[in-house]
Design a protein around this ligand. Sequence first.
Ligand SMILES: Cc1cc2nc3c(=O)[nH]c(=O)nc-3n(C[C@H](O)[C@H](O)[C@H](O)COP(=O)(O)OP(=O)(O)OC[C@H]3O[C@@H](n4cnc5c(N)ncnc54)[C@H](O)[C@@H]3O)c2cc1C
Length: 621
Amino acid sequence: MKMTDNQAKQDALDLTEDSREQEWRSASVVGELFKGVFRWDLIHPYPMQSAADKAIGDEVLLKLEAVLQANIDPEAVDRDQAVPKAALDALAKGGFFGMKIPTEYGGMGLSIVNYTRAMALVGSYCGSTAVWLSAHQSIGVPQPLKLFGTPEQKQKYLPRLAKGEISAFALTEPDVGSDPAKMTTTAVLSDDGTHYLLNGTKLYITNGPEAGLLVVMANTAAKVMNGKEKKQITALIVETNTPGFEVLHRCQFMGIRGIANGMLRFTNVKVPVENVIGKPGEGLKIAFVTLNAGRLTIPAISAAAGKVSMVGSLDWATSRVQWGQPIGEHQAVQDKLARMVSETYAMDSMAVLSAVLADNPHRDIRLEAAMAKYFGSERAWVVADDFLQVRGGRGYETATSLQQRGEVGYPAERMLRDLRINRIIEGTSEVMQLFIAREAMDTHLKFILPLLDNRRSITERLGIVLKMARFYSWWLPKQWIPRWRCFGAKRLSRCNRWYLQRIDHDARRLARSLFLTMARYQIKLEKEQLLLSYYVDIGTELFSMASVLSRAESDLANLSGDKAKALQDLVGITCQASRQRIKGLFKKIRCYSPKKMELVSRAFLNHRYDWMVKGIMGNVS
Ligand SMILES: Cc1cc2nc3c(=O)[nH]c(=O)nc-3n(C[C@H](O)[C@H](O)[C@H](O)COP(=O)(O)OP(=O)(O)OC[C@H]3O[C@@H](n4cnc5c(N)ncnc54)[C@H](O)[C@@H]3O)c2cc1C
């Protein structure tokens, strides 16, 4: 049994490894940080959207805002658990289901940065509507088709999708969430080779119950490679009007209550072979690549949530008087307000930076996008919770109830509920940490994995050892030799330049600590998820500081007087907070000892604490 479990785990890891992009298109600022190199030049000057592209985006945003205002009441969407059909039609008529589709196929052809600006706008108003648009465009049929589709597929489907035919992305199954290797949905090629017969059940498919087109991930015939059978996951375009497709259940959730999400069943659904995206067996790779840029919607929405929190908190903290003064004058509230502004600036800096970089086809942003998603979804949750707390009882009260009593209806509780999903979809935070850790260790794994591959000959392995010796003989000393970089950032204060030097210093500390940890744990490091998460969190803090410092320099060019001073102070507390967290994380690495935690967790799973669970009512039906 143990052997079977281990084999299943190894197969899952192999499949994920085979599906990841092996080569890097360009140097990545985050990837370099983990190698001990702070490439300030890659993000400084802060990458800006061109004026012409911004003008296009501004116009789209104006139209989008008008459509949203005229057709959607976000409170009603939450209450009625549906975005009205008329509102979806109005969005389709305005072309907002085709924002990323090239103009030649009838779409708007927006840049990624303009698309994320649009999604931030929608997300700031109605989380559910943002998910309708995002499930269709960030991960639904248009994106993989744009990246991997044949000219015929693009010609056939993109115009339909641009006009508003809704699509969805179907990967998850009842027994398959973060680990797609266990997928049971199958697509079996017919004897005459003209079509596949699709069978299986998919769960949690956003837009699925209303979609006309789906991209479905399914197992096609396994391939034997190096004497071993390898699973082949294939991406298929499925028309939902094909016989055999049915919606089994519509799921309901804590937040984003107006989305259409469900459990879908496929019974002998005929899918023409022309509907394979890419090649058979490339499905998971297609999903990963699609998600690289697709993930950028969540950081944009997270930053927008921070901005909504700022607006509502400013109003309340200045007008609400308790104990003889506005609540914004009480230090405990000030702490939350300062954190809110600081985290919002950091989320926005990372989100915009990653989106602008993503528009450059030569830049590889898989790590930046994953980090921006991980950081944004985690921090927006904290910020929105602070917003709710600052609003006190009114934070917990619904916007509708507030309005009925004649007060301003800030939707703090709805926003918190809506945001929670972002830590789960498009890669849970835990899975994002593993993804980032894998990519962060790539430099070292490129040597280690082939070395451990016992299919390689002794000569091949000796060659790898020689290459390793050559690489580490210059790389390792570099991580220890102290150095001082001047950083010619013109507008930054001396203090902020010092933070740049700390990033440079901590990047090398991160690289050498990671190297020593890898040397100590070797292949077993994969099991030390907590330890890996500390490294990922240090990298994330460093990227956040770097984004903030680069963005601040650009913003300072347009600010003067009190506003410039306020921004300098903001950058100071943002970097200070990051530094403190980094110090804490290095300490955690030094004192890493998960044994007790594991003992307690295992004891819990073995029912040793059942005696504690008394005096409650079982409310599981
Ligand atoms: C509202 C909503 C919309 C969704 N939309 C879509 C969609 O459009 N298309 C689609 O295909 N799917 C969709 N999903 C599914 C979503 O992507 C999955 O819920 C998510 O990937 C997590 O899978 P899971 O729920 O099965 O959790 P599991 O994978 O079972 O994970 C449970 C917990 O274990 C942790 N965990 C799992 N594996 C590991 C590991 N190796 N190491 C450490 N921790 C681990 C997870 O982080 C999580 O905390 C949606 C889900 C929801 C709730």
